[in-house]
Design a protein around this ligand. Structure first.
Ligand code: ZN
Ligand code: ZN
Length: 334
């Protein structure tokens, strides 16, 4: 098991609190991204290289288990994040099954759960500052096939958007623009290398935001646009910001927030657009994102994304602060 050092609070937890996700076996222990010390291991726990991980080591783990490796999704479509047997700590695990969420002093590690030691120099708050946005943003950028010299627009300045902006730079984007709010999150984007930000508080008109992007891209639009906002209205707006034959990745619509109208001729067919969804993340994304954090932790200040730490009794306050966007990243310290 794991002695919890900290667990993130993210937008998903706010959705869970309001019952906006289907198929959740309430009551649950929230907290799907966790950092802690390995304790009381019954059998040898090994990393992907086969090296044993000793009790007391600071680790995290891939929060997904039960992916079967035997179904149509796993084997034929090779889309393991859509495996129907896939379970996620703190989201699809009931409190009645045990300590399967990070907002607890201890977390049970189910058989088959992949444990990852934190890289040298990466401390729990660095990792939790990235949170689930770290592998999710990484996955979105992988889906976007960012090329050296691309201009990338990120819609949304929450943890997923901020991490996507970081990984866009590491993938060789020449310019990264973030469209979002509030101010504190845009300042975090700027501190982490984003070239320009578009504050939707200051530019509330969607057409004006599209002009903002086009004026900076020779009138053509961006090579890549990443939607990480959660607002369905961002989709037609993002497609207007995309250049012809550009790539658009939708990663922010984690819950069903309703329908939106797009123009299939202008937004998709004539534009020759490449539109891709991005659901969850695989172990590979967590593993490689952590390696990148280990290497680039001086350049990008993931730790500073943690606005506030909360005791377990303050979980309600943490959720309220996250919902009101008073914090960029909140961490529960049981
Ligand atoms: Zn499967
Ligand atoms: Zn999360």
């Amino acid at each position: 098991m794991l002695e919890t050092v900290g667990s993130e609070v993210c937008g998903t937890d706010v959705h869970l609190f309001h019952g906006r996700l289907s198929g959740v076996p309430y009551p649950i222990i929230p907290g799907h991204v966790v950092c802690g010390r390995l304790a009381e291991s019954q059998a040898a726990i090994r990393d992907v290289e086969g090296r044993p991980i000793a009790d007391g080591t600071l680790v995290t783990f891939y929060d997904v288990f039960g992916t079967c490796g035997a179904c149509w999704h796993c084997l034929v479509a090779r889309a393991a994040t859509r495996c129907p047997h896939r379970r996620v700590y703190g989201i699809t695990t009931s409190a009645e099954e045990g300590l399967l969420g990070g907002w607890a002093e201890r977390v049970e590690l189910k058989p088959g759960v992949r444990v990852v030691p934190l890289p040298d120099g990466v401390e729990p708050l660095d990792f939790l500052g990235g949170g689930c946005g770290l592998p999710t943003g990484f996955h979105a950028i992988e889906r976007a096939n960012v090329a050296l010299g691309d201009t990338v627009v990120v819609q949304g300045s929450g943890p997923v958007g901020l991490n996507a902006a970081i990984f866009a730079q590491l993938s060789g984007a020449a310019r990264v623009l973030v469209v979002g709010a509030p101010r504190a999150r845009l300042e975090a984007a700027r501190r982490n290398g984003t070239d320009e930000v578009c504050d939707i508080g200051e530019i509330p008109d969607a057409a004006a935001r599209v002009r903002f992007v086009r004026e900076r891209t020779g009138g053509r639009g961006a090579d890549v646009v990443i939607e990480a906002s959660g607002n369905p209205a961002a989709i037609p707006e993002g497609l207007e910001m995309l250049r012809d034959a550009g790539r658009y990745v939708v990663v922010g619509q984690y819950t069903d927030s309703g329908d939106v109208t797009i123009n299939p001729h202008r937004h998709v067919n004539r534009k020759h657009a490449d539109i891709r969804g991005c659901w969850g993340y695989e172990f590979s994304h967590l593993h490689r994102a952590l390696a990148m954090m280990g290497k680039h932790r001086e350049r990008f200040r993931w730790r500073d994304l943690v606005t506030r730490e909360y005791a377990l009794e303050e979980a309600g306050q943490a959720l309220a602060d996250m919902e009101a966007l008073r914090v960029v990243k909140a961490v529960i310290r049981p």
